[in-house]
Ligand binder design. Sequence first.
Ligand SMILES: NC(=O)C1=CN([C@@H]2O[C@H](COP(=O)(O)OP(=O)(O)OC[C@H]3O[C@@H](n4cnc5c(N)ncnc54)[C@H](O)[C@@H]3O)[C@@H](O)[C@H]2O)[C@H](O)CC1
Ligand code: K
Length: 467
Amino acid sequence: MIPSGAPIATAAQMRAAEEAVFASGVSQDELMERAGAAVAREVARFAVGRPILILAGPGNNGGDAYVAARLLHAEGHDVILVATGAPAPGAAERMQALWQGPTSSLYAARPRPVLVDGLFGTGMTRPLDRGLAAVFADLVKQAEFVLSIDLPSGIDTDSGADLGAPRGIDVTLALGALKPGHLLDCGLERCGRVLLADIGIPVETGRRSVARPQIETPGVHSHKYSRGLVAVIEGAMPGAARLAAQAAMAGGAGYVVLAGDRPWSGGPDALVRREVRSAEDLTEFLGWDRIDAVVLGPGLGRDRRAEAYLRAAFAVPKPLVLDGDALTLLGGDAAAWLETRAAPTWLTPHSGEFDRMFAGQGSKIETTLAAAAATRATIVHKGADTVIASPKGAVRVLAGASPWLSTAGTGDVLAGLLAAQVVQEGKGVAPAEAAVWLHARAAQLAGPALIADALLMHIPQAVSECL
Ligand SMILES: NC(=O)C1=CN([C@@H]2O[C@H](COP(=O)(O)OP(=O)(O)OC[C@H]3O[C@@H](n4cnc5c(N)ncnc54)[C@H](O)[C@@H]3O)[C@@H](O)[C@H]2O)[C@H](O)CC1
Ligand SMILES: [K+]
């Protein structure tokens, strides 16, 4: 569980935000008191009177832990504190000096029902020491409830990479903002439920977790064209395009045309079919001024005709959603293909497709931002952690969607949902954020063992929650 619509800040961005607060006259001690009080509130809530063991590391994460220990102890909770090292000079050192309760050394610490992890937070720079990691993992394993302060110790703040964090943390209390480590890679798996504590640090990075979209109910003057016409291009495997077309319909497009040459008696009668047998046919069809967005790629195939279709789609200045085989055809030349595009483009790669298209170092957020800048397209980099990035640097992340989405066809559904939002929402991350939220919510409603076709049936309910 991740708070929605919450700001996301890297360790450096967090430090800059903290510095701005200090410059405004708030002391580090005051900020640490606020952080520790937020920790104490949540621990008291979950401890329900059980004995508490608090681990305090050598930095300010440990400083937060000292404050929390003192406040919990003052409220009558049974707290034992373990200091793993001499605290950093300054606020943490002062907070340690205020601790009057019982202490234990790390290796003598006996497991207790409630464990608070104040070892490391955004200052984590290298893997946990093996000895410490082993003791920490054992204390986590034997606890009934574990809360990590700011981040699980052993998770890289900016990438979510594993630096030795144990499994079994129940709650992570993020301080001031989410970090990429709460949303990406191993961090998503190790944080448990992520709660966010506002401790008075304004954070504006243009990056935030996906929020539920606000969708307009059609007005009295709405009609099928005003609600947007989506053209979905069929290819070698027509089922994929059909899923995308039906998703576009369910996602709110006013008129959807499925263009292809395969006979199909199934599907909704409301889905308009247009015969297209060649790239020339496609060019002629895409010239229809009523078309507001085009979806190309689901089941397209990778043969010469598929490439000719890709060229035809690129040649018309219409908003374009590229998925699946279209991304494979772009390959490493996506930036070159896209540099002449006059209309907005969205690419929806899963990680395999992304890695084949874009080289690059860094977190999934950084590599997706770089790809968006290089292609001037908005990238929806799918996965258990879906990262949306626009060429202008906006980022939205949705983490923790249903793992049952890992089945064929769900990407086709997302592509159709995205096109439906494009014809209603416009450009950049907004339509992608809306589509990703609807897709994840439909999956939640569909429950376990879903298939892509089942997703379609739950889209209207997901949409109804956004009206
Ligand atoms: N975000 C906020 O509003 C506030 C955050 N606070 C807390 O401060 C920590 C960050 O504190 P910092 O001192 O920068 O780093 P850590 O406490 O995470 O780490 C301490 C120290 O440890 C060293 N180190 C790094 N990796 C290792 C390792 N694997 N083994 C041993 N030592 C390691 C490194 O030198 C670090 O500096 C943040 O998470 C919040 O909890 C403020 O207290 C309140 C406001
Ligand atoms: K921690």
